[in-house]
Design a protein around this ligand. Sequence first.
Ligand code: NAP
Length: 331
Amino acid sequence: MKYRELDRANNRVVRLGLGLAALGRPGYINLGHAEDLQSDYDVDTMQRHAFTVLDAAWEAGIRYFDAARSYGKAEVFLGSWLAERNIEPDAVTVGSKWGYEYTANWQIEAEVHEQKQHSYDRLTTQWQESQENLGSYLDLYQIHSATLESGVLNQPDVLKELARLKQQGTAIGLSVSGPSQRDVIEQAMQIQVDGVDLFDVVQATWNVLERSAETALIAAHDKGMGIIIKESLANGRLTNRNQSKEFQQSLACLQQEADRLNTTVDALSLAAVLDHPWADIVLSGAAGVDQLQSNLDSLNVNFDDQARSRLQELSEPATQYWQTRSQLQWN
Ligand SMILES: NC(=O)c1ccc[n+]([C@@H]2O[C@H](COP(=O)([O-])OP(=O)(O)OC[C@H]3O[C@@H](n4cnc5c(N)ncnc54)[C@H](OP(=O)(O)O)[C@@H]3O)[C@@H](O)[C@H]2O)c1
């Protein structure tokens, strides 16, 4: 599997990946998104901005890039950048996702930003669109936010079609969100089509606040699946930008540990994820080059027992975490 074969021995490739959720469209739920883009939503400007961040990521050794059909023009920006920079498909790993349609029409305040449908028709339509945008660069196709409620893991026509894509050479994955992440991963690990395990990769949320998927992720890793971790910074909540009154005590703890280890709060929080050998790829969701450079410092943090034990205290019940997340505003 490309995720594990990537050559890390000579530091050419780092364990961080770059997600394009904050780069492909004007609106997102991360705390300071409007400020990051300086409220300039001209498509060419946004594409240039995305290219700058992608260039910086490449320069730093990042070789996994994560998009989705619902991230506005993320697939288009990524596909154009890869082609313009003449990057060989074998030199990079690209993942995208199907299941949500982007419906915000390049607006910040849309009634519905993304519309979810985990049907066979949505899969085949979006697969065609992703092919047009990413062509032979597309290595991994993931169900976007599979849940027990969406029923996608019980839909024979969808599973069969995914198995067909897998047979043709595309790795198949699922991303999971919400307090039942663990249950969904456990169910996905059991799914076989014609006697062959379907899922190669799972993308899940794990951060110092929300650790509930950990046992399932370890089991999936032990089974040989690739593990991609998203929302390592809790959508920007694990950064200095978080001014929420309720979070100030936790932030003070993070800041103390970051100061002690001579790093930043965001790099420390990412280092807490990198500390786990089962996390094959840890996504940075950087909205700009400064954030990316700060995130990259996580690779140099000497994460130790004291940091491990102090950050463990920040862990919250999954229901509380996802409740707070559901209140983040699109901006
Ligand atoms: N269901 C799914 O499949 C799913 C869901 C979510 C994400 N993802 C993937 O995971 C990737 C990462 O997730 P994410 O961006 O949602 O969450 P994240 O990685 O937890 O947060 C990233 C955000 O943190 C803030 N940040 C980062 N570095 C910072 C710094 N040095 N100083 C201040 N703020 C900083 C920025 O937000 P602000 O500047 O706006 O505050 C940035 O956009 C996405 O791009 C996407 O590829 C997948």
